[in-house]
Design a protein around this ligand. Structure first.
Ligand code: F6P
Length: 460
């Protein structure tokens, strides 16, 4: 293999450049040229296929900094339909003209589908990333738990449901953790611990919304910020036990901090807050307003008198406040754990391609008390109808009575986060007050990459 392509698709994460850097490092060792496709699948849909040489003369370009968040290649949520054979043929032809003999796609579940569609035309592999930590399986046979039940009134005529899972050991988890997750949890935990002191001082209830779509992994990890309660999508919110727990916490410490995952549902399975369709490769929905909805519930159930009688605000509405961690949890400098494992996965993806395997996923597995590199066939992630489901937070990781991680959840988090932060990460914090920051304009990598972009002749 003399030349491969690489692209970053879907939402950005902090560790994408580290994955690209790991891939380029391995490619240099194997004397393989790496072409970076600009803006994910959108670049392949563009007849000119804007691209950059990432390792001319087998030397990484200086813009490729693994400590810089986001992606120097740009990302998009554009996607192509695998059944649209004309488009697929055109894309394959463009890659042939670029003399690309294999493709590394860096992304989540949507990117996995795109990679698999392309793998009918050229060798392709996935290097995983997603802050949601939902690309994977709790155990290898988990896809068999998904069932379809006839539902005549519903848009598809059926609904999908997951049967209760089985017990599993941590070493059975397929794709143990995805790069981006650790940095997101670092941010969300820091945010929660900062909000805590305001809630504490003003005797208020803070509800902090974190990302993760249908998966409660980020919310679970935010336990490091020591919230009093964590609400995850996999455990429907039952108002009475929630209110009872909040009141118990308020009685003791006069304030409470609640973390709510954006995809939490009520006991009938309806999303709290609102849902809107996004232009996401996997057709994912974007949620908003979960924390607001929990606030409404608490305001309604606890009532003004409770707070007024204790001189903690005139109304419940004033005593309960809502904050979103938002996109700060998806951007910025990746912490050591993400940088290290992202680079390893990028390298592994190149190795897989060079060894002649394809249509598979470079993975991290937990073995003998440590995290190791591995790979699995991409179809292992699909259920019997071919659907890739986000990995749910296992109920065994969460204690719904205490609204906290269970002992097994603690064990899982411990195995990831104990040494996740490097000394250099702490040192990097100091650079925020670099005088250069207030003197010079931001030096965007896009300006430099733009000068390197090449295009093919759309006419062939
Ligand atoms: O999948 C990553 C993610 O950050 C989700 O946690 C979140 O719901 C979504 O992307 C937000 O997408 P956007 O940046 O397009 O609003």
């Amino acid at each position: 293999m003399r030349r491969i392509g690489i692209l970053t698709a879907g939402g950005d994460t902090p560790a994408l450049n580290a994955t690209i850097a790991g891939a380029v490092h391995e490619a240099n060792r194997l004397r393989i040229e790496v072409i970076g496709i600009i803006k994910g699948f959108s670049g392949l849909l563009n007849p000119e296929v804007p691209h950059v040489e990432l390792n001319p003369l087998f030397t990484p370009i200086p813009e490729l900094d693994p400590t810089h968040g986001g992606t120097i290649l740009g990302a998009s949520r554009d996607y192509f339909d695998a059944n649209d054979t004309q488009t697929m043929d055109r894309v394959a032809d463009r890659l042939r003209r670029l003399k690309v003999e294999g493709l590394v796609c860096i992304g989540g579940d949507g990117t996995l589908s795109g990679m698999q569609a392309l793998s009918h035309h050229l060798p392709a592999v996935l290097a995983p990333k997603t802050i949601d930590n939902d690309l994977g399986l709790n155990y290898p046979d988990e896809p068999n738990e998904w069932v379809r039940e006839s539902a005549p009134g519903s848009p598809k005529g059926y609904i999908t449901r997951k049967r209760p899972g089985r017990e599993f050991g941590l070493d059975e988890v397929v794709n143990y953790v995805t790069p981006g997750y650790a940095t997101a949890v670092f941010e969300s935990s820091t945010g929660v611990s900062r909000i805590r002191t305001t809630a504490e001082s003003h005797r208020r209830v803070a509800i902090v919304e974190v990302m993760g779509r249908d998966c409660g992994m980020i919310a679970l990890g935010t336990a490091y910020g020591q919230p009093d309660l964590i609400l995850v999508p996999e455990s429907p919110v039952d108002p009475d036990p929630l209110v009872e727990r909040v009141l118990a916490v308020l009685e003791i410490q006069k304030h409470a901090v609640i973390v709510a995952a954006e995809g939490i549902v009520d006991t009938e399975g309806h999303i709290f807050g609102s849902v809107s369709a996004s232009k996401d490769p996997a057709g994912n929905l974007v949620y908003s307003g979960a924390a607001e909805a929990i606030k409404e519930l608490l305001v309604d159930k606890i009532g003004d008198d409770y707070f007024a009688s204790r001189r903690r605000g005139e109304t419940a509405d004033a005593a309960v406040f809502v904050r979103k961690v938002g996109h700060t949890q998806r951007g910025g400098r990746p912490i050591l754990f993400d940088r290290f494992y992202a680079a390893q996965l990028g390298g592994k993806a190149v190795q897989i391609l060079a060894a002649g395997y394809h249509n598979c996923v470079a993975t991290l597995q937990y073995r003998d008390g440590g995290i190791r590199l591995d790979s699995v066939d991409a179809n292992r992630f699909r259920d019997r109808w071919g659907t890739i489901h986000p990995r749910p937070l296992s109920p065994t990781f969460y204690d719904p009575q205490r609204f906290k991680p269970s002992p097994k959840g603690v064990q899982y988090l411990h195995s990831i986060f104990t040494n996740a932060l490097g000394v250099d990460d702490v040192e990097a914090l100091r650079s925020i007050f670099d005088t250069g920051n207030i003197v010079y304009p931001y030096n965007s990598v896009n300006v430099h990459i733009h000068k390197r972009i090449m295009r093919i002749d759309p006419a062939g």
